[in-house]
Write a protein of this length. Structure first.
Length: 274
């Protein structure tokens, strides 16, 4: 075998491994998934960093009370709005495990990408929380930037379910329904976050996002009522997606939606008595 033949074989093997001719690493689908995951990490990082930083600055000495509670609400809402417009066309701008799971349940998101998104969102939250912990030396329980119940656990759980329901309901409308005005998605979602924080902030902290609560809890080792911020957002988001899926436009016949002719018969029987 000549030297040129050996060189050609080596180059062919290298191309196969690196994907220069359609291999795994060069697959457009793989590249797109990697880009989406990176976008989710970046988006989750800056969302948690900006929102939690406003909480810290409102608590620490030297700037205590300068941002105020309405200011914190605005920071969370505007941060989401900015990041949706910046990254929505790349990853969908989930930044929230509850949103990702809800999309996957109703087949608006590939199930195989769910684990990657969840890891990216949690990683972004941990990195942002770690950055804040390093920037502020005097952080303690009184300056905790995570979420803890201010009242009873049940009260906070209900608030988390309701606010997560509203958030996912709006997200489902502006991102999965062609009749909605897509260009205003960032504004609609951002304003929903702002309203939710106004409503639930004083009671539950208005997490609506398991990743948002996980990062600060892990970094500062404060887990008071942590289960609320896992159960509440997931339950609320799934219910919100289910509610919008129930009322969304469809051109399918009722028989196909119900999946049973008995359902149609029961409806017609009920209307005949009117």
């Amino acid at each position: 075998m000549s030297t040129s033949e050996i060189r050609n074989m080596e180059e062919g093997g290298f191309k196969e491994l690196t994907g220069n001719e359609g291999g795994f690493c060069g697959s457009p689908e793989v590249v797109q998934v990697i880009q989406k995951v990176i976008a989710e990490v970046i988006g989750s990082y800056f969302l948690i960093f900006a929102g939690c930083c406003s909480v810290v600055l409102n608590k620490v000495e030297g700037s205590k009370g300068t941002i105020t509670f309405p200011g914190i609400c605005i920071v969370w809402g505007v941060s989401v709005m900015i990041l949706v417009y910046a990254l929505g066309h790349i990853s969908g701008a989930h930044f929230n495990p509850a949103v990702t799971i809800s999309f996957a349940i109703y087949r608006h998101f590939p199930l195989k990408q769910v684990p990657l998104y969840l890891i990216a969102q949690v990683l972004g939250s941990i990195l942002a929380s770690g950055t804040l912990y390093l920037l502020f030396d005097d952080l303690n329980e009184s300056t905790y930037f995570g979420t803890v119940p201010a009242g009873s656990d049940v009260q906070s759980l209900v608030f988390e379910i309701i606010t997560s329901f509203l958030l996912m309901f709006v997200i489902s409308a502006v991102s999965t329904d062609n009749r909605a005005i897509g260009e205003l998605a960032g504004i609609a979602v951002g304003m929903t976050i702002m309203i939710d924080v106004f409503i639930a902030g004083p009671i539950s902290g208005a997490s609506m996002n398991p990743a948002r609560s996980f990062g600060p809890a892990l970094v500062m080792h404060i887990y008071d009522g942590f289960w609320i911020y896992i159960v509440g957002p997931f339950v609320g988001a799934i219910l919100g997606a289910s509610a919008y899926n129930l009322i969304r436009f469809t051109d399918k016949p009722l028989k196909e939606i119900s999946g049973s002719s008995k359902f149609l018969k029961s409806v017609s029987r009920a209307t005949s008595f009117r």
